[in-house]
Design a protein around this ligand. Sequence first.
Ligand SMILES: O=C1O[C@H](COP(=O)(O)O)[C@@H](O)[C@H](O)[C@H]1O
Length: 248
Amino acid sequence: MLDDPTPVPHDPAQPAAAPYRWHEHRNADAWTWASAVAIAAELRRDLARRPRARLLLSGGTTPAPVYRALARAPLDWARVDVALVDERWLQPSDPDSNAWLVRSNLLRDNAAMSRFESLTRPGHGMEEAVAFANAHARQHASAAVLGMGEDGHTASLFPGMAALDRVLASRQPYVAIDAGGSPGARQWSKRISLTPAGLAFAQSRFLLIQGKAKRDVFRQAMADGDAKRWPVLLAMQGEVPLDVHWCP
Ligand SMILES: O=C1O[C@H](COP(=O)(O)O)[C@@H](O)[C@H](O)[C@H]1O
């Protein structure tokens, strides 16, 4: 349930002043509930002092159980705006879209009352979709929930991507992405992604990862320090610490 014990930060590889906090959970259930509790706490905090809260969510294969747990949190969801960190160039009705994942797993139970902004909509081209997203994105967000691929990508920022320099320097919160040639993007090379400038609007950041391979990738990224090789490091730019929730 949502009052599951708070995880104990623990990672022997973590230096004392690291820009991240490592939360290690014994199994997927503990990981699920602890992550959901932590995200709900950020929303609750904002709902107590602002008219609305804003939640930025990733897609992929990892976060679904956390979203289902979060959907049961007793919050005033009618005052929560839910938006995406990134999207494949797919319509929200496509089961491979990140919008589909969020709709099926978060927009249910108590969270069915929240307001969802998809990044793609029928009849709207890429430029229009990005402009629409940017018109809404320059505002405080309570939390950004990020994932990481085994290639070190986060959001839709892939290592070795052709225009990565331009994306990293962009002042726009969202940009169109062409990740052709990046194996981690799989068949969805056309995408829309939050940029580091967009991520800066989030007052808290969560990275949800599972498995030894992703833990090793994260450690390798930290040891190497090159954000172009390991875009997950971009989640640690700025003042806001990154809360990494991991389980085997
Ligand atoms: O393609 C994407 O991948 C990442 C990581 O996904 P996972 O399947 O390894 O959990 C995800 O965070 C991102 O939103 C998605 O578009």
